[in-house]
Design a protein around this ligand. Sequence first.
Ligand code: FES
Length: 108
Amino acid sequence: MTFVRVCSENEVPPGEALRTESAAGPVALFNVDGEFFAIEDTCSHGQWSLADGYLTGDKIECTLHMAKFCVRTGKACTLPATKPVKIFPVERRGEDVLVDFDGGRYAA
Ligand code: FES
């Protein structure tokens, strides 16, 4: 596991997202009421950024065709998306938020 610092926690307030590039492709980081989650940024339905979507609770809605994904599990919750996106391990060190970009996986 190689955790890489992505941001400071106050750079992404609750309800907000941050898109970051990595060797694994773009990754979206979300703040859900102070808890951070990282998922593949590209919607599994098309080439669209999920970090640009609308976050409600732990669900992110893609702005292109309105599919929703759970940012905890990466699972597609609503059509038209049927495939999940990968999730990445997140760690907090002090005020820093780190992501293990090598640890991307589909939830069981
Ligand atoms: Fe995201 Fe179609 S590209 S729902």
